[in-house]
Structures are given as structure tokens and as C-alpha cells.
Design a protein around this ligand. Structure first.
Ligand SMILES: Nc1ncnc2c1ncn2[C@@H]1O[C@H](COP(=O)(O)OP(=O)(O)OP(=O)(O)O)[C@@H](O)[C@H]1O
Length: 271
């Protein structure tokens, strides 16, 4: 029998997480800009990293995906069984391309402006060996899964809204068979109603497709609606981590209390 994972990460057997981070440290300019002692993301789970601007959230996420440049990264990072710090760029690209998808703040900027979304999806699928009728079916299913109509596939990036572009980016991940989405502030460029749509889509995909989500956000209200577990970062360190419900109901660290107090929608937040 496998040994259960330690601490707040729960009772999942060791080695079954999609993403496992231990003793991560990112150093730049002679200081530690981000350190995460322990982070596990299992199938269908949502883990959120929260904290003020500059606290090291994005750096932790980028290091996990093997995307840090100009800084030293140490520790142990495993994504879908791949040791990120020793893997070749090619292996890392394969993991990021298909099994774990990155969703950034402004997906529109990442879409080729002269290419219809359907063409873009077909090409991405073709790169992974999926063509013809199967590609068409996957594309239709994936846009349906993020609650977009099929006509989105005939549009160009400038013809869709920010929320639709964000959902399309998630659909692309689903079509490629991603098991996890790693999202950096996926809703911060969107207005409140559209943010709610993106959150609803992520929740649905977790429930129906078992999609795991690793989320960076400074939006605690959003995190409280979607995350199972949360890490609170300040000045490059994790000051508190645990089950989201527990952290939001009874924050142990004064900084977490401060963050929560600033959000009126949260219990414990200012009226
Ligand atoms: N390559 C680098 N070299 C030096 N400093 C860096 C580097 N990358 C990030 N930093 C610094 O590390 C700190 C953490 O940055 P990071 O972007 O991870 O914070 P964040 O919590 O995601 O903030 P935000 O919410 O504003 O994106 C910042 O002070 C940033 O300026």
C-alpha cells in the first residue's frame, strides 16, 4: 500500500497527484522571490494561490510549469509524472501542450489574429495527431463543454469577447485532453458577469470531466467559490495553507485575516 501524502494535502496516496511541488524556491537578484514548501493538485481538485501583488504567486505558477527565465529554481516539481527541473524543453512542451494547459489573463493576445478559432483548434489537434472527423467532433464537444455555440469556431479572435476568448482557451485545453488547467488571474480582465460565467464553466468541467484547476488569483471571493484548498502568499512565502473552507472561516494568520476583511462578500469581510 502506498503511503498517504502528509499534511494538509489530504489523504491521497503519494505519487497520484497531477502536480506535486516540494520545497520550491525561486531566487533572483540575490533574494528568494517565491517559495512553496508543499503543493499537490489531484484529479478534479482546485487549488488556489492567493496574496497581494508581488507576493510571488505567478512566479510559483511559472516555476511549476517550467517557464521561469532569469531566476534560479530549486526543489522538486512533478507535473503528470514529469520531473520539471530535469526534463528537456521538448518533454516540457509536450506536457504543457496536452496534459496541463496554461490559461492566461488575456488569451486573446495569444490567439493568432488572422486565424479563425476553428482553424486554430484544428491545427492544435493536428499537432497532437487528431485529424478529420474526430478533430471536428472534439472541437464541437469542447466548445459545448464551455457553454459556447459552435458558431464561435467560425469567428476570428477580434470577433469574440474577452470572456468568450477565455472560455475558448479552456475549450482548447479540453479538446486536447488536458487533465489540468493552470490559470493565472483568468478572470481579472473580465467584468463581473463574465467572470461568473468563466467560474461556472470551470466548476462544471471539474464536476463533469474531472478537470483539475491550479489557480492564481488576488480575487478571494472567486477563490472561495471554487477552490478546495488555498495557499496564501506574502513577500515570497506561504504564510498559511489549508482547506479553503477552513481558511476562509477561521484564518490563522493575521495577513490572511486582513485579506479576508477587505472582501465584503466573504463571511468575516467588511460590510
Ligand atoms: N526574473 C525576475 N527577476 C527578478 N525579480 C523578479 C523576477 N520575476 C519576478 N520578480 C519579482 O518577484 C516578485 C514576485 O513577482 P510575482 O509576479 O510572482 O508576484 P505576484 O504575486 O504574481 O504579483 P501580481 O499579482 O502583481 O502578478 C515581484 O517583486 C517581482 O518583481
Amino acid at each position: 500500500m502506498k503511503t498517504p501524502a502528509k499534511g494538509w494535502t489530504g489523504t491521497r496516496p503519494a505519487g497520484t497527484a497531477l502536480i506535486e511541488v516540494r520545497d520550491l524556491e525561486v531566487r533572483a537578484g540575490g533574494r528568494v522571490i517565491s517559495s512553496v514548501p508543499e503543493l499537490d493538485l489531484g484529479p478534479g481538485e482546485c487549488v488556489a494561490i492567493v496574496g497581494e501583488s508581488g507576493s510571488g504567486k505567478t512566479t510559483a505558477l511559472m516555476a511549476t510549469m517550467g517557464l521561469i527565465e532569469g531566476a534560479d529554481v530549486s526543489g522538486k516539481i512533478t507535473v503528470c509524472g514529469t520531473d520539471v527541473l530535469s526534463a528537456s524543453p521538448r518533454t516540457l512542451r509536450a506536457v504543457r501542450g496536452a496534459r496541463v494547459a496554461l490559461v492566461m489573463q488575456s488569451p486573446q493576445a495569444a490567439l493568432t489574429p488572422t486565424m479563425r478559432l476553428g482553424t486554430l483548434m484544428r491545427r492544435a489537434l493536428a499537432r497532437h495527431g487528431v485529424k478529420g472527423a474526430e478533430a471536428a467532433e472534439r472541437a464541437r464537444d469542447a466548445v459545448g463543454a464551455v457553454l459556447l455555440g459552435e458558431e464561435i469556431l467560425r469567428r476570428y479572435p477580434h470577433e469574440v469577447s474577452g470572456g468568450q476568448a477565455q472560455r475558448f482557451a479552456i475549450a482548447l485545453a479540453i479538446a486536447l485532453g488536458a487533465e489540468a488547467v493552470v490559470a493565472d488571474e483568468p478572470t481579472s480582465a473580465l467584468d463581473v458577469t463574465v467572470q461568473a460565467e468563466v467560474v461556472a464553466v470551470l466548476r462544471r468541467l471539474r464536476a463533469e470531466h474531472g478537470l483539475a484547476v491550479l489557480l492564481v488569483s488576488h480575487d478571494l471571493a472567486l477563490v472561495s467559490r471554487i477552490a478546495d484548498r488555498v495557499l496564501v502568499m506574502r513577500e515570497g512565502r506561504v504564510v498559511e495553507s489549508g482547506q479553503a473552507r477552513t481558511v476562509f472561516a477561521a484564518p490563522a494568520d493575521p495577513y490572511t485575516r486582513e485579506l479576508i476583511a477587505a472582501v465584503p462578500e466573504l463571511p468575516g469581510g467588511a460590510p
